[in-house]
Design a protein around this ligand. Structure first.
Ligand code: SF4
Length: 474
Protein backbone atom coordinates (compact mmCIF):
# COMPACT_ATOMS: atom_id res chain seq x y z
CA UNK A 1 0.00 0.00 0.00
CA UNK A 2 1.19 3.48 -0.60
CA UNK A 3 0.59 6.98 -1.71
CA UNK A 4 -2.54 8.90 -0.89
CA UNK A 5 -4.01 11.35 -3.31
CA UNK A 6 -2.79 14.37 -1.42
CA UNK A 7 0.82 13.47 -1.90
CA UNK A 8 1.53 14.20 1.73
CA UNK A 9 5.11 13.59 2.54
CA UNK A 10 4.46 11.00 5.17
CA UNK A 11 4.66 7.38 4.41
CA UNK A 12 1.72 8.54 2.33
CA UNK A 13 -0.14 5.33 2.73
CA UNK A 14 -3.68 4.29 2.29
CA UNK A 15 -3.74 3.19 5.89
CA UNK A 16 -2.64 5.40 8.70
CA UNK A 17 -1.88 4.96 12.31
CA UNK A 18 -3.00 7.74 14.55
CA UNK A 19 -0.30 8.40 16.99
CA UNK A 20 3.07 8.22 18.63
CA UNK A 21 3.37 8.85 22.35
CA UNK A 22 6.18 9.79 24.70
CA UNK A 23 6.09 10.77 28.38
CA UNK A 24 9.00 11.69 30.64
CA UNK A 25 9.19 12.15 34.41
CA UNK A 26 12.30 13.33 36.22
CA UNK A 27 14.96 16.03 36.41
CA UNK A 28 16.45 16.78 33.01
CA UNK A 29 15.79 18.67 29.83
CA UNK A 30 12.35 17.13 29.42
CA UNK A 31 11.26 19.41 26.55
CA UNK A 32 14.26 18.45 24.43
CA UNK A 33 13.93 14.77 25.27
CA UNK A 34 10.25 14.76 24.30
CA UNK A 35 11.19 16.58 21.11
CA UNK A 36 13.76 13.96 20.15
CA UNK A 37 11.46 11.13 21.21
CA UNK A 38 8.68 12.47 19.01
CA UNK A 39 11.18 12.89 16.22
CA UNK A 40 12.01 9.17 16.45
CA UNK A 41 8.28 8.39 16.44
CA UNK A 42 7.53 10.66 13.50
CA UNK A 43 6.49 7.70 11.33
CA UNK A 44 3.45 7.16 13.59
CA UNK A 45 1.95 10.53 12.70
CA UNK A 46 3.04 13.53 10.71
CA UNK A 47 0.08 15.86 10.63
CA UNK A 48 0.56 17.50 13.97
CA UNK A 49 2.58 17.29 17.16
CA UNK A 50 2.25 18.58 20.67
CA UNK A 51 3.72 18.48 24.13
CA UNK A 52 2.52 19.49 27.58
CA UNK A 53 5.04 20.12 30.36
CA UNK A 54 4.65 20.91 34.03
CA UNK A 55 7.44 22.63 35.99
CA UNK A 56 6.07 22.67 39.52
CA UNK A 57 4.16 25.89 39.13
CA UNK A 58 2.99 26.11 35.56
CA UNK A 59 1.66 23.69 32.95
CA UNK A 60 2.33 24.76 29.40
CA UNK A 61 1.32 23.35 26.07
CA UNK A 62 3.05 23.58 22.71
CA UNK A 63 1.21 22.28 19.69
CA UNK A 64 1.36 22.74 15.95
CA UNK A 65 0.54 21.31 12.58
CA UNK A 66 3.23 19.55 10.64
CA UNK A 67 6.39 17.69 11.45
CA UNK A 68 8.01 17.62 14.86
CA UNK A 69 11.02 19.60 13.66
CA UNK A 70 8.73 22.27 12.18
CA UNK A 71 6.50 22.47 15.23
CA UNK A 72 9.09 22.55 17.98
CA UNK A 73 11.79 24.96 16.91
CA UNK A 74 14.58 25.53 19.41
CA UNK A 75 13.00 28.87 20.22
CA UNK A 76 9.60 27.29 20.84
CA UNK A 77 11.20 24.69 23.10
CA UNK A 78 12.82 27.42 25.19
CA UNK A 79 9.30 28.66 26.09
CA UNK A 80 8.45 25.42 27.83
CA UNK A 81 10.13 23.56 30.65
CA UNK A 82 9.38 21.11 33.39
CA UNK A 83 10.22 17.92 35.18
CA UNK A 84 7.40 15.99 33.58
CA UNK A 85 5.70 16.07 30.25
CA UNK A 86 3.86 14.16 27.59
CA UNK A 87 4.13 14.42 23.81
CA UNK A 88 2.12 13.20 20.86
CA UNK A 89 2.38 12.85 17.07
CA UNK A 90 -0.87 12.76 15.20
CA UNK A 91 -1.99 11.48 11.88
CA UNK A 92 -5.10 12.88 10.18
CA UNK A 93 -7.86 11.00 8.52
CA UNK A 94 -7.13 10.12 4.91
CA UNK A 95 -7.81 13.02 2.62
CA UNK A 96 -8.62 15.45 5.40
CA UNK A 97 -6.35 17.84 7.14
CA UNK A 98 -5.92 18.01 10.85
CA UNK A 99 -7.28 20.98 12.69
CA UNK A 100 -5.04 22.45 15.36
CA UNK A 101 -7.69 21.96 18.03
CA UNK A 102 -7.49 18.20 17.44
CA UNK A 103 -3.72 18.05 17.86
CA UNK A 104 -2.84 16.40 21.15
CA UNK A 105 -2.08 16.41 24.01
CA UNK A 106 -5.37 17.95 25.05
CA UNK A 107 -4.99 20.15 28.13
CA UNK A 108 -7.97 21.19 30.24
CA UNK A 109 -8.72 22.79 33.60
CA UNK A 110 -10.95 20.88 35.92
CA UNK A 111 -11.70 21.04 39.59
CA UNK A 112 -8.55 19.09 40.41
CA UNK A 113 -6.36 21.53 38.42
CA UNK A 114 -4.71 20.95 35.05
CA UNK A 115 -5.24 17.69 33.23
CA UNK A 116 -3.68 16.55 29.96
CA UNK A 117 -4.09 13.46 27.81
CA UNK A 118 -2.43 12.02 24.72
CA UNK A 119 -3.93 8.91 23.19
CA UNK A 120 -3.15 6.23 20.61
CA UNK A 121 -5.98 4.00 19.38
CA UNK A 122 -9.70 4.27 18.82
CA UNK A 123 -12.49 3.59 21.28
CA UNK A 124 -15.34 1.46 20.03
CA UNK A 125 -18.04 2.72 22.40
CA UNK A 126 -17.23 6.40 22.17
CA UNK A 127 -20.47 7.45 20.47
CA UNK A 128 -22.86 6.29 23.20
CA UNK A 129 -20.51 7.59 25.92
CA UNK A 130 -20.24 11.01 24.35
CA UNK A 131 -23.97 11.22 23.59
CA UNK A 132 -24.76 10.41 27.22
CA UNK A 133 -22.36 13.03 28.53
CA UNK A 134 -23.63 15.69 26.13
CA UNK A 135 -27.16 14.99 27.25
CA UNK A 136 -25.99 15.52 30.80
CA UNK A 137 -24.48 18.90 29.88
CA UNK A 138 -20.85 18.19 28.98
CA UNK A 139 -19.38 20.44 26.31
CA UNK A 140 -16.69 19.05 24.01
CA UNK A 141 -13.98 21.14 22.40
CA UNK A 142 -12.60 18.60 19.98
CA UNK A 143 -13.74 15.63 17.94
CA UNK A 144 -11.17 13.30 19.44
CA UNK A 145 -12.22 10.39 21.57
CA UNK A 146 -9.44 11.28 24.03
CA UNK A 147 -11.62 14.11 25.22
CA UNK A 148 -14.26 11.60 26.20
CA UNK A 149 -11.68 9.98 28.50
CA UNK A 150 -10.82 13.39 29.96
CA UNK A 151 -14.48 14.02 30.72
CA UNK A 152 -14.80 10.63 32.38
CA UNK A 153 -11.77 11.42 34.57
CA UNK A 154 -13.13 14.86 35.45
CA UNK A 155 -16.54 13.43 36.39
CA UNK A 156 -15.13 10.72 38.64
CA UNK A 157 -15.88 11.08 42.33
CA UNK A 158 -12.61 9.48 43.35
CA UNK A 159 -9.87 11.70 44.81
CA UNK A 160 -6.47 10.79 43.43
CA UNK A 161 -5.79 11.00 39.69
CA UNK A 162 -4.78 7.33 39.31
CA UNK A 163 -8.09 6.28 40.87
CA UNK A 164 -10.07 8.69 38.72
CA UNK A 165 -8.19 7.56 35.62
CA UNK A 166 -8.75 3.90 36.48
CA UNK A 167 -12.46 4.50 36.82
CA UNK A 168 -12.50 6.30 33.47
CA UNK A 169 -10.50 3.87 31.39
CA UNK A 170 -12.52 0.92 32.60
CA UNK A 171 -15.64 2.47 31.06
CA UNK A 172 -14.28 2.56 27.54
CA UNK A 173 -13.94 -0.24 25.02
CA UNK A 174 -11.53 -0.57 22.15
CA UNK A 175 -7.94 0.54 21.85
CA UNK A 176 -6.71 2.98 24.47
CA UNK A 177 -3.01 3.40 24.98
CA UNK A 178 -2.62 6.77 26.60
CA UNK A 179 -0.58 9.14 28.70
CA UNK A 180 -2.39 11.24 31.30
CA UNK A 181 -0.81 13.99 33.37
CA UNK A 182 -1.83 16.45 36.08
CA UNK A 183 0.39 18.65 38.22
CA UNK A 184 1.61 15.79 40.36
CA UNK A 185 1.89 12.63 38.35
CA UNK A 186 2.17 11.13 34.93
CA UNK A 187 0.22 8.02 34.07
CA UNK A 188 0.74 5.54 31.23
CA UNK A 189 -2.01 3.04 30.45
CA UNK A 190 -2.61 0.22 27.98
CA UNK A 191 -6.09 -1.21 27.53
CA UNK A 192 -6.62 -4.83 28.64
CA UNK A 193 -6.30 -6.14 25.07
CA UNK A 194 -3.11 -4.14 24.54
CA UNK A 195 -3.74 -3.28 20.88
CA UNK A 196 -1.15 -0.48 20.77
CA UNK A 197 2.33 -0.71 22.23
CA UNK A 198 3.81 1.27 25.13
CA UNK A 199 7.21 0.64 26.66
CA UNK A 200 9.01 1.80 29.80
CA UNK A 201 12.56 3.11 29.70
CA UNK A 202 14.97 4.78 32.07
CA UNK A 203 17.42 7.60 31.48
CA UNK A 204 19.65 9.18 34.15
CA UNK A 205 17.09 8.64 36.90
CA UNK A 206 14.18 9.72 34.69
CA UNK A 207 11.40 7.41 33.57
CA UNK A 208 10.36 7.39 29.94
CA UNK A 209 7.21 5.91 28.42
CA UNK A 210 7.11 5.62 24.62
CA UNK A 211 5.13 3.94 21.86
CA UNK A 212 8.23 2.33 20.42
CA UNK A 213 11.71 1.56 21.63
CA UNK A 214 13.29 3.51 18.76
CA UNK A 215 12.48 6.61 20.83
CA UNK A 216 14.62 5.23 23.68
CA UNK A 217 17.47 4.59 21.29
CA UNK A 218 17.59 8.18 20.10
CA UNK A 219 17.56 9.76 23.56
CA UNK A 220 19.84 7.12 25.06
CA UNK A 221 17.27 5.60 27.42
CA UNK A 222 17.51 2.01 28.52
CA UNK A 223 14.53 -0.23 27.77
CA UNK A 224 13.09 -1.75 30.95
CA UNK A 225 9.93 -3.53 29.86
CA UNK A 226 6.58 -3.08 28.12
CA UNK A 227 3.59 -1.71 29.95
CA UNK A 228 1.42 -4.81 30.14
CA UNK A 229 -2.09 -4.90 28.70
CA UNK A 230 -4.48 -3.66 31.38
CA UNK A 231 -1.65 -2.13 33.39
CA UNK A 232 -1.41 1.43 34.64
CA UNK A 233 2.00 2.93 35.36
CA UNK A 234 2.02 5.91 37.74
CA UNK A 235 5.13 8.10 37.78
CA UNK A 236 5.38 10.59 40.64
CA UNK A 237 7.76 11.87 43.31
CA UNK A 238 7.33 8.43 44.90
CA UNK A 239 8.84 6.75 41.82
CA UNK A 240 7.17 4.19 39.59
CA UNK A 241 4.06 2.39 40.73
CA UNK A 242 2.52 -0.34 38.59
CA UNK A 243 -1.18 -1.13 39.01
CA UNK A 244 -3.03 -3.92 37.36
CA UNK A 245 -6.59 -2.73 36.85
CA UNK A 246 -8.28 -5.89 35.67
CA UNK A 247 -7.18 -9.48 35.26
CA UNK A 248 -6.03 -9.36 31.66
CA UNK A 249 -8.02 -11.29 29.06
CA UNK A 250 -6.04 -12.89 26.23
CA UNK A 251 -4.38 -9.91 24.51
CA UNK A 252 -5.09 -8.65 20.99
CA UNK A 253 -1.84 -7.02 20.00
CA UNK A 254 -2.07 -5.30 16.64
CA UNK A 255 -0.38 -7.50 14.04
CA UNK A 256 -0.24 -4.52 11.70
CA UNK A 257 2.37 -2.96 13.98
CA UNK A 258 4.61 -5.87 13.07
CA UNK A 259 3.68 -5.81 9.38
CA UNK A 260 3.92 -2.11 8.69
CA UNK A 261 3.52 0.55 11.37
CA UNK A 262 6.37 0.13 13.75
CA UNK A 263 9.89 1.06 12.77
CA UNK A 264 12.03 -1.98 11.96
CA UNK A 265 14.60 -0.92 14.58
CA UNK A 266 11.99 -1.08 17.36
CA UNK A 267 11.22 -3.98 19.62
CA UNK A 268 7.43 -4.16 19.73
CA UNK A 269 5.43 -6.56 21.89
CA UNK A 270 8.71 -8.22 22.83
CA UNK A 271 9.73 -8.93 19.23
CA UNK A 272 12.37 -7.23 17.09
CA UNK A 273 10.27 -5.86 14.25
CA UNK A 274 13.02 -6.37 11.67
CA UNK A 275 13.23 -10.06 12.57
CA UNK A 276 9.46 -10.53 12.32
CA UNK A 277 9.34 -8.90 8.89
CA UNK A 278 12.33 -10.87 7.67
CA UNK A 279 10.61 -14.07 8.73
CA UNK A 280 7.47 -12.95 6.87
CA UNK A 281 9.56 -12.43 3.73
CA UNK A 282 11.20 -15.83 4.05
CA UNK A 283 7.87 -17.59 4.55
CA UNK A 284 6.44 -15.69 1.60
CA UNK A 285 9.30 -16.88 -0.60
CA UNK A 286 8.70 -20.47 0.45
CA UNK A 287 4.97 -20.27 -0.22
CA UNK A 288 5.15 -18.17 -3.40
CA UNK A 289 8.52 -18.59 -5.08
CA UNK A 290 9.12 -16.87 -8.41
CA UNK A 291 11.43 -17.60 -11.31
CA UNK A 292 13.13 -14.21 -11.18
CA UNK A 293 16.46 -12.42 -11.44
CA UNK A 294 16.27 -10.11 -8.45
CA UNK A 295 14.19 -8.92 -5.51
CA UNK A 296 13.30 -5.30 -4.74
CA UNK A 297 11.42 -3.73 -1.85
CA UNK A 298 8.74 -1.11 -2.03
CA UNK A 299 10.69 1.10 0.39
CA UNK A 300 10.83 1.61 3.28
CA UNK A 301 8.34 -0.47 5.20
CA UNK A 302 8.91 -3.54 3.03
CA UNK A 303 12.71 -3.51 3.20
CA UNK A 304 13.03 -6.17 5.89
CA UNK A 305 10.48 -8.51 4.26
CA UNK A 306 12.17 -8.11 0.87
CA UNK A 307 15.54 -8.99 2.43
CA UNK A 308 13.97 -12.10 3.93
CA UNK A 309 12.43 -13.05 0.59
CA UNK A 310 15.75 -12.60 -1.24
CA UNK A 311 17.63 -14.64 1.37
CA UNK A 312 15.20 -17.51 1.17
CA UNK A 313 14.91 -17.43 -2.61
CA UNK A 314 18.68 -17.14 -3.08
CA UNK A 315 18.16 -14.07 -5.28
CA UNK A 316 20.04 -10.76 -5.15
CA UNK A 317 18.35 -7.92 -3.26
CA UNK A 318 18.60 -4.73 -5.30
CA UNK A 319 17.61 -1.10 -4.76
CA UNK A 320 15.32 -0.97 -7.76
CA UNK A 321 13.06 1.72 -6.36
CA UNK A 322 14.41 4.76 -4.58
CA UNK A 323 12.11 6.67 -2.34
CA UNK A 324 12.10 10.44 -2.08
CA UNK A 325 11.93 11.23 1.63
CA UNK A 326 11.73 14.96 1.21
CA UNK A 327 8.25 15.57 -0.10
CA UNK A 328 7.16 18.49 2.05
CA UNK A 329 3.90 18.70 3.90
CA UNK A 330 2.55 21.25 1.49
CA UNK A 331 3.52 19.31 -1.62
CA UNK A 332 0.28 18.51 -3.38
CA UNK A 333 0.33 16.42 -6.50
CA UNK A 334 -1.70 18.16 -9.19
CA UNK A 335 -4.99 16.62 -10.26
CA UNK A 336 -5.76 13.74 -12.60
CA UNK A 337 -4.69 15.71 -15.61
CA UNK A 338 -1.17 16.16 -14.25
CA UNK A 339 1.53 14.17 -15.96
CA UNK A 340 3.25 13.83 -12.62
CA UNK A 341 1.70 11.12 -10.53
CA UNK A 342 2.03 11.01 -6.76
CA UNK A 343 3.56 7.55 -6.84
CA UNK A 344 6.12 8.76 -9.39
CA UNK A 345 7.03 11.65 -7.11
CA UNK A 346 7.54 9.31 -4.23
CA UNK A 347 9.35 6.43 -5.94
CA UNK A 348 11.95 6.54 -8.65
CA UNK A 349 12.57 3.24 -10.45
CA UNK A 350 16.21 2.57 -11.24
CA UNK A 351 16.14 1.57 -14.89
CA UNK A 352 19.62 0.13 -15.15
CA UNK A 353 18.78 -2.32 -12.35
CA UNK A 354 15.34 -3.25 -13.66
CA UNK A 355 15.84 -3.29 -17.41
CA UNK A 356 15.01 -6.66 -18.99
CA UNK A 357 14.91 -8.29 -15.56
CA UNK A 358 12.36 -10.60 -14.02
CA UNK A 359 11.66 -8.68 -10.82
CA UNK A 360 10.12 -9.76 -7.53
CA UNK A 361 8.62 -6.64 -5.89
CA UNK A 362 7.84 -7.14 -2.20
CA UNK A 363 5.31 -4.88 -0.48
CA UNK A 364 3.93 -5.12 3.05
CA UNK A 365 0.24 -5.02 2.09
CA UNK A 366 -2.32 -4.11 -0.56
CA UNK A 367 -5.22 -1.90 0.47
CA UNK A 368 -7.15 -0.41 -2.44
CA UNK A 369 -4.78 -1.76 -5.04
CA UNK A 370 -4.47 1.54 -6.85
CA UNK A 371 -0.98 2.27 -5.60
CA UNK A 372 0.24 -1.26 -6.30
CA UNK A 373 -1.09 -0.87 -9.82
CA UNK A 374 0.87 2.35 -10.32
CA UNK A 375 4.00 0.77 -8.89
CA UNK A 376 3.76 -2.23 -11.20
CA UNK A 377 3.29 0.13 -14.12
CA UNK A 378 6.34 2.15 -13.03
CA UNK A 379 8.47 -0.99 -12.91
CA UNK A 380 7.36 -2.14 -16.36
CA UNK A 381 7.94 1.33 -17.80
CA UNK A 382 11.43 1.28 -16.31
CA UNK A 383 12.13 -1.84 -18.39
CA UNK A 384 11.26 -4.78 -16.11
CA UNK A 385 10.39 -7.83 -18.20
CA UNK A 386 8.23 -9.46 -15.53
CA UNK A 387 6.93 -8.13 -12.20
CA UNK A 388 6.14 -10.76 -9.60
CA UNK A 389 4.32 -8.89 -6.84
CA UNK A 390 4.66 -10.45 -3.42
CA UNK A 391 2.81 -9.17 -0.37
CA UNK A 392 4.15 -9.85 3.11
CA UNK A 393 0.67 -10.04 4.73
CA UNK A 394 -2.63 -11.67 3.75
CA UNK A 395 -5.34 -9.81 1.78
CA UNK A 396 -7.00 -7.09 3.91
CA UNK A 397 -10.73 -7.68 3.88
CA UNK A 398 -12.02 -5.75 6.90
CA UNK A 399 -11.62 -2.29 8.39
CA UNK A 400 -9.86 -1.63 11.68
CA UNK A 401 -11.72 -0.17 14.64
CA UNK A 402 -8.70 0.19 16.87
CA UNK A 403 -6.86 3.27 15.72
CA UNK A 404 -5.77 2.35 12.24
CA UNK A 405 -7.45 4.47 9.66
CA UNK A 406 -8.45 1.98 6.98
CA UNK A 407 -10.75 2.63 4.04
CA UNK A 408 -14.28 1.25 4.11
CA UNK A 409 -14.89 -2.41 3.31
CA UNK A 410 -16.07 -1.57 -0.17
CA UNK A 411 -12.78 0.18 -0.93
CA UNK A 412 -10.63 -2.73 0.15
CA UNK A 413 -9.78 -4.52 -3.06
CA UNK A 414 -9.48 -7.92 -1.38
CA UNK A 415 -13.07 -7.51 -0.27
CA UNK A 416 -14.17 -7.27 -3.88
CA UNK A 417 -11.73 -9.47 -5.79
CA UNK A 418 -9.95 -12.78 -5.44
CA UNK A 419 -6.18 -13.01 -5.85
CA UNK A 420 -6.40 -13.45 -9.62
CA UNK A 421 -8.75 -10.45 -9.85
CA UNK A 422 -6.29 -8.36 -7.84
CA UNK A 423 -3.42 -9.54 -10.02
CA UNK A 424 -5.27 -8.47 -13.13
CA UNK A 425 -6.14 -5.11 -11.56
CA UNK A 426 -2.57 -4.30 -10.55
CA UNK A 427 -1.18 -5.70 -13.80
CA UNK A 428 1.50 -7.92 -12.25
CA UNK A 429 2.93 -11.01 -13.94
CA UNK A 430 2.10 -12.99 -10.80
CA UNK A 431 0.84 -12.19 -7.32
CA UNK A 432 1.26 -13.96 -4.00
CA UNK A 433 0.13 -13.02 -0.49
CA UNK A 434 1.53 -14.27 2.79
CA UNK A 435 -0.70 -17.06 4.09
CA UNK A 436 -2.49 -16.44 7.37
CA UNK A 437 -0.67 -19.36 9.04
CA UNK A 438 2.65 -17.92 7.88
CA UNK A 439 1.73 -14.54 9.36
CA UNK A 440 1.13 -16.33 12.64
CA UNK A 441 4.36 -18.29 12.29
CA UNK A 442 6.34 -15.03 11.98
CA UNK A 443 5.87 -14.14 15.67
CA UNK A 444 6.67 -16.03 18.84
CA UNK A 445 3.24 -15.76 20.50
CA UNK A 446 0.75 -15.85 17.61
CA UNK A 447 -2.23 -16.35 19.93
CA UNK A 448 -1.64 -12.93 21.49
CA UNK A 449 -2.39 -10.95 18.33
CA UNK A 450 -5.37 -9.30 16.62
CA UNK A 451 -5.82 -10.33 12.97
CA UNK A 452 -9.25 -8.78 12.45
CA UNK A 453 -8.41 -6.79 9.32
CA UNK A 454 -7.59 -10.09 7.63
CA UNK A 455 -10.27 -12.24 9.26
CA UNK A 456 -13.15 -9.98 10.33
CA UNK A 457 -13.02 -11.62 13.76
CA UNK A 458 -12.89 -8.58 16.02
CA UNK A 459 -11.71 -9.03 19.58
CA UNK A 460 -14.32 -6.54 20.93
CA UNK A 461 -17.83 -5.48 20.06
CA UNK A 462 -17.68 -3.13 17.09
CA UNK A 463 -20.10 -0.47 15.87
CA UNK A 464 -22.89 -1.80 13.75
CA UNK A 465 -22.52 0.42 10.70
CA UNK A 466 -19.75 -1.87 9.54
CA UNK A 467 -17.13 0.62 8.46
CA UNK A 468 -14.35 2.27 10.39
CA UNK A 469 -14.97 4.57 13.31
CA UNK A 470 -15.05 8.11 12.06
CA UNK A 471 -14.97 9.77 15.43
CA UNK A 472 -11.43 10.91 15.73
CA UNK A 473 -11.89 12.37 12.30
CA UNK A 474 -11.96 16.05 11.48
FE1 SF4 B 1 -4.29 -4.09 13.94
FE2 SF4 B 1 -5.84 -5.05 11.98
FE3 SF4 B 1 -6.43 -5.57 14.53
FE4 SF4 B 1 -6.68 -3.08 13.56
S1 SF4 B 1 -7.88 -4.89 12.95
S2 SF4 B 1 -5.78 -3.69 15.56
S3 SF4 B 1 -4.97 -2.99 12.11
S4 SF4 B 1 -4.59 -6.24 13.39
Amino acid sequence: MHLDASGHHSRTREIHDHCGLIGIYGEGNVADLIYYGLFALQHRGQEGAGMVLHNGTKTKVLRGLGLVAETFTAEARRQIDGYMGIGHNRYATTGKSTKLRNVQPILVDYKGGKLAIAHNGNLTNVHPLRARMEQEGSIFQTTTDSEVVLHLIARSRREALPDRAAEAVLQVEGALTCLIMDEHQLIGYRDPLGFRPLSIGRLNGMYVLASETCAFDLIGAEFIRDVEPGEMIVLSAAGLEARRLVPPPPPALCMFEQVYFARPDSVVFGEAVNDVRRAQGRLLARRHPAAADLVIAIPDSSNSAAHGFAEEAGLPFELGLIRNHYIGRTFIVAGESSRVDGVRVKFNPVSHILKDKRVVAVDDSIVRGTTSRKLVDLLFKAGAREVHFRVASPPITHPCYYGIDTPTRAELIANQQDVEGIRRFIGATSLGFLAREDLEASVRRPGDYCYACWSGRYPTRVPENGNSIPFDHD
